[in-house]
Design a protein around this ligand. Structure first.
Ligand SMILES: Nc1ncnc2c1ncn2[C@@H]1O[C@H](COP(=O)(O)OP(=O)(O)O)[C@@H](O)[C@H]1O
Ligand SMILES: [Mg+2]
Length: 406
């Protein structure tokens, strides 16, 4: 075969080596289908490069044809993104096909320019929600908002972790239902956005307001392109099916809030050494982090009084977590309190019941007590009206937990 004498260089994660090495790398990607490769017909965003999805052995991959320099950079960016805990494609490596160098006539004679073709390989993300559903007639406003929420969360996370995207767009974002672990609640299904396309990613010590705006505006532009695209395919969408200025405003607001939450979570972690998402459960309001910190501050005061010496905030956080937060949330779960509040995390419920306690105490001029606060809260905001059984055992257990403190 004409191509088969070309040198192929592999730069791969060991676990994927066997499967990737058996693909026909001496042939251009666009011709693989005719060479017995199992290709997958997967919805994808608009792209500049040849991208192919293939199944080989135990794995399926997305493969993009691109220059060596860029694929090397892109793979290392994905690795760094994953290290920073960002939701993105899992890199498998890159494969280079060395082509004949191109001869160039120069004043000092013929020079040869490297002419290599490389491939960025990532693990395939399946069951992605295609962006076209966003605009389908009958796609509810609530669902559309859920997608914007996921996009806002991804952008906020990137920016708060020192990542500038440079190519933020709907086409480069994969939206997918994912099972996530919620402390004290268990596994829950959430819509999550993946960053797909790391070519332009930059890691910076901090992302300025201007760069944040740039990423956001670029994303807004991508919404316009899709609108234009869909308008050309006349008849397939209704006019109000397109994204609107209101969508952008919603996304912007949501992004601002998500960014603020990220900032508060980081402050909280610096002060207490606890990661909110991992140990307490995610929060949907920035002020919840302040309230949690306030409670830990009060606990620190209480512990210091008891010990007759200053207890550090991180020691107090540890004690509060072990002796108050965990037992209360375990009880919320075992007694079914959480079931009255579907969608809420243990951290949110803790904060809300504590806040209710504060308001009830203010109103009556004396400490309302955690138990009454909880009863009242479930009665007023819980989703199911029959509480008697839950309350009976929950109150008993709560007394045991809190009696250590008074
Ligand atoms: N591993 C993967 N799993 C699922 N979809 C992928 C994967 N890799 C790429 N895609 C899809 O293919 C599109 C094109 O890839 P991308 O890296 O954005 O190429 P380009 O640089 O040409 O824009 C992406 O926007 C995404 O929709
Ligand atoms: Mg792209």
């Amino acid at each position: 075969m004409a191509f088969s004498n070309r040198t192929i260089r592999f730069h791969l994660e060991t676990i994927f080596e066997k499967e990737i090495k058996r693909l026909p790398w001496h042939i251009p990607l666009a011709e693989w289908e005719n060479h017995g490769v199992r290709t997958l017909d997967i919805k994808r965003g608009i792209s500049r490069h040849v991208v192919l999805f293939v199944k080989t052995g135990r794995f399926s991959f997305g493969i993009k044809e691109i220059s060596e320099e860029i694929s090397k950079k892109e793979i290392s960016r994905y690795e760094e993104l994953l290290l920073r805990g960002i939701h993105t494609l899992v890199p498998a490596g890159y494969v280079v096909r060395e082509e004949e160098p191109i001869p160039l006539q120069t004043p000092i004679g013929v020079q040869y320019e490297a002419n290599n073709i490389s491939h960025t390989i990532t693990l395939l993300v399946e069951k992605v929600v295609p962006d076209s559903v966003l605009y389908r007639r009958g796609f509810s406003q609530d669902n559309r908002k859920r997608i914007w929420n996921a996009v806002a969360a991804l952008l906020a996370e990137l920016h708060s972790k020192g990542v500038y995207w440079g190519d933020a767009s709907l086409a480069n974002t994969l939206i997918k239902f994912e099972k996530v672990n919620v402390p004290f609640v268990g596994r829950r299904t959430e819509l999550k956005a993946y960053l797909a396309d790391a070519e332009t990613i930059e890691f910076l010590p901090a992302i300025s307001e201007t760069l944040r705006e740039e990423d956001l505006n670029f994303f807004f532009e991508s919404m316009d392109w899709i609108n234009e695209d869909l308008s050309r395919q006349a008849g397939s969408v209704s006019r109000d099916g397109l994204s609107t200025e209101a969508d952008k405003e919603y996304l912007r607001g949501r992004y601002r809030r998500s960014f603020e939450i990220e900032r508060k979570k980081r402050d909280f972690e610096i002060q207490t050494s606890y990661n909110i998402d991992r140990f307490l459960g995610s929060i949907s309001e920035p002020s919840y982090a302040d309230l949690l910190l306030k409670h830990i501050g009060e606990h620190k005061w209480y512990l210091s009084e008891q010990a007759q010496k200053e207890i550090s905030l991180s020691d107090a956080a540890h004690d509060w977590y072990e002796n108050i937060f965990v037992p209360l949330c375990t009880m919320f779960r075992s007694e079914g309190v959480l079931e009255y509040f579907p969608g809420k995390t243990a951290a949110e419920l803790y904060v809300e019941i504590m806040t209710n306690k504060y308001f009830l105490s203010e109103k009556s001029g004396k400490d309302a007590g955690m138990e009454r606060a909880m009863r009242d809260y479930i009665k007023r905001f819980g989703a199911v009206p029959t509480l008697a059984a839950v309350l009976k055992t929950a109150s008993r257990k709560m007394k045991t937990i809190l009696s250590g403190k008074k």
